[in-house]
Design a protein around this ligand. Structure first.
Ligand SMILES: *[C@@H]1O[C@H](CO)[C@@H](O)[C@H](O)[C@H]1NC(C)=O
Ligand SMILES: *[C@@H]1O[C@H](CO)[C@@H](O)[C@H](O)[C@H]1NC(C)=O
Ligand SMILES: *[C@@H]1O[C@H](CO)[C@@H](O)[C@H](O)[C@H]1NC(C)=O
Ligand SMILES: *[C@@H]1O[C@H](CO)[C@@H](O)[C@H](O)[C@H]1NC(C)=O
Ligand SMILES: [Ca+2]
Ligand SMILES: [Ca+2]
Length: 500
């Protein structure tokens, strides 16, 4: 009886403790000089890749997607179905960024992902599934002028985000990426449909809104849903990352578990050259090979494109000869949503939202791809181009109990910010080599250049093996149990009286 009561009281306190852990916690001694450290409540501690320090810096958002920093250092976040929120940090250096202020910059529930800023931050751009808008923006006063519609007629079902990229090399050029209206969208096979394309619009010469499908210039078509688009900072080369198809069957064989691969495609330059530009990248006819265990593979390699039902007029040879192959291929169904280059162009961060069309979940992580001379270091048939730097500890718990990477932004110091739409959070990551100036935060950040990375949490900062961060969770659990039991014992008299 006494033991039962003790256990009951203990359970009650465990529940309370878990609630407490979900709140902002403060532990200056454990978290270096960072006074406020957030801990995510509903999934295991993320695993941080070698050489990186990661910290959760914002919680409580509604589906945060696209991110961008304005000139005043504030982070603008598209909350899908809500609008654009402006977040100011108290920057204590390293990964120690404490949310200072948060304000609603735009409230428009049609905004769902795309966001851009002119390089002087004087013009803000955002997209709904049907339109691209712009506003005059004053980052100091934090005010917006009158909204203008720049591009219209993009609405379709299924893939509804319209990623925006304003060229740094040619600032009057706005790229807009539009996906397909279903898994296999036959309309996308028609160049006039405007489906599954990346087009570029001259925003300085617009007198009235452009119509997506007929105006602008096509950079590529046959791109099922290329949600991430980026411009290489040195060469101006344009790259996108594409979400490829689901439920595929080839010649009667179900191949969907590990095919087709997700793609990174190259779309040439905006300097007037049409080299590597305007082509058809395959969809909905040709798909990129990931798992080479494919019926009638022939001599195809990873990244070669194949058809589902070969015919005398459309077959794997047609794919190779008439369609543009991906520059890199990633594991099937990882769902890349953003790509951002570092300022020196040597790395591209890619966020993978995670799979649904596969028995064993994959993706659910932030990875990095190495570049040299404006192109990926790895060959087109590589399966190892993406190196993980922030992953969920156990993908079998995804999507239910996992963060889901969406938008990315890199700040002036090179720190990488990543939104997780499913959990309403933003993480920051810092590479060890970046820590030139002090500022304290980030615990062991800056010194861990080998082994695993560091996750800054409210109770622990340093780990030296890739999985140490994940392993800390059970240890923390034990700590709470001890606290719980101690508390239980101290209240057992009262609890016993009540329960009895
Ligand atoms: C474009 O959208 C406008 C406004 O929704 C509509 O009136 C017009 O008919 C559309 N045009 C085309 C070509 O779809
Ligand atoms: C965009 O339009 C402006 C105004 O008409 C023009 O001066 C400029 O050359 C155009 N840019 C490109 C890249 O065509
Ligand atoms: C465009 O830029 C690429 C990469 O720097 C270069 O190879 C190409 O010659 C340029 N084309 C023109 C027309 O300037
Ligand atoms: C494959 O398609 C091409 C047309 O792209 C055709 O010339 C060729 O004969 C086809 N090959 C086979 C084996 O049917
Ligand atoms: Ca393709
Ligand atoms: Ca897919």
């Amino acid at each position: 009886m006494v033991l039962n009561c003790l256990l009951l009281a203990g359970l009650a306190v465990v529940a309370n403790s878990n609630q407490a852990r979900a709140q902002t916690t403060t532990s200056a001694s454990a978290a270096g000089s960072c006074p406020t450290v957030l801990t995510s409540s509903n999934y295991d501690a993320p695993v941080v890749g070698s050489g990186y320090t990661a910290q959760l810096v914002v919680t409580g958002l509604t589906k945060p997607r696209g991110l961008i920093f304005d000139k005043s250092g504030a982070l603008l976040v598209v909350e899908s179905g809500v609008g654009i929120t402006r977040i100011q940090f108290n920057d204590r250096g390293g990964t120690c960024l404490v949310q200072d202020k948060s304000s609603a910059l735009v409230r428009d529930d049609s905004l769902n992902h795309g966001i851009e800023l002119s390089s002087d931050s004087q013009t803000l751009y955002a997209s709904s599934s049907s339109e691209v808008y712009s506003w005059p923006y004053d980052p100091t006063a934090q005010t917006l002028g009158t909204k203008q519609t720049l591009i219209t007629n993009m609405s379709n079902t299924d893939h509804t985000t319209r990623t925006l990229l304003l060229s740094k090399k040619f600032p009057d050029q706005l790229l807009v990426s539009r996906g397909s209206s279903e898994n296999i969208d036959d309309d996308a096979a028609s160049i006039t449909s405007g489906h599954s394309q990346i087009r570029v619009f001259n925003i300085s010469s617009a007198t009235s809104p452009y119509t997506y499908a007929t105006d602008g210039r096509m950079l590529g078509w046959g791109l099922r849903n290329s949600v991430g688009v980026a411009e290489h900072p040195q060469t101006g080369g344009l790259y996108s990352v594409e979400n490829s198809a689901d439920q595929l069957v080839r010649e009667g064989t179900d191949i969907h578990q590990d095919n087709p691969g997700e793609e990174m495609n190259f779309h040439g330059y905006l300097n007037g050259s049409t080299e590597s530009q305007g082509g058809n990248y395959g969809y909905p006819h040709c798909f990129a090979l990931w798992d080479t265990n494919l019926p009638d593979k022939g001599d195809m390699k990873v990244g070669s494109q194949f058809v589902l039902d070969p015919s005398a007029t459309l077959n794997d040879t047609t794919c190779a000869e008439e369609f543009v192959a991906p520059r890199l291929t990633f594991q099937a169904h990882m769902a890349p949503l953003d790509i951002k280059f570092t300022a020196d162009g040597s790395l591209a961060y890619v966020s993978f939202h995670g799979s649904w069309n596969r028995d064993e979940p994959v993706g659910y992580k932030l990875s990095v791809v190495s570049f040299a001379n404006g192109e990926p270091v790895e060959a087109a048939d590589s399966t190892e181009a993406a190196v993980d730097i922030l992953s969920n500890a156990d993908n079998t718990k995804c999507p239910g109990s996992c963060f889901r990477p969406a938008g990315l932004a890199i700040d002036a110091q090179g720190r990488v910010f990543m939104s997780s739409d499913a959990t309403g959070e933003i993480y920051v990551l810092q590479r060890a080599e970046m820590t030139a100036t002090g500022g304290g935060g980030g615990g062991g950040g800056g010194s861990s250049t080998s082994g695993g990375g560091t996750l800054v949490t409210s109770t622990a900062t340093t780990s030296t093996t890739p999985n140490a961060a994940a392993r800390q969770a059970p240890g923390k659990g034990l700590g709470w149990l001890v606290v719980t039991l101690t508390l239980s014992l101290s209240v057992v008299g009262g609890a016993f009286l009540v329960v009895a």
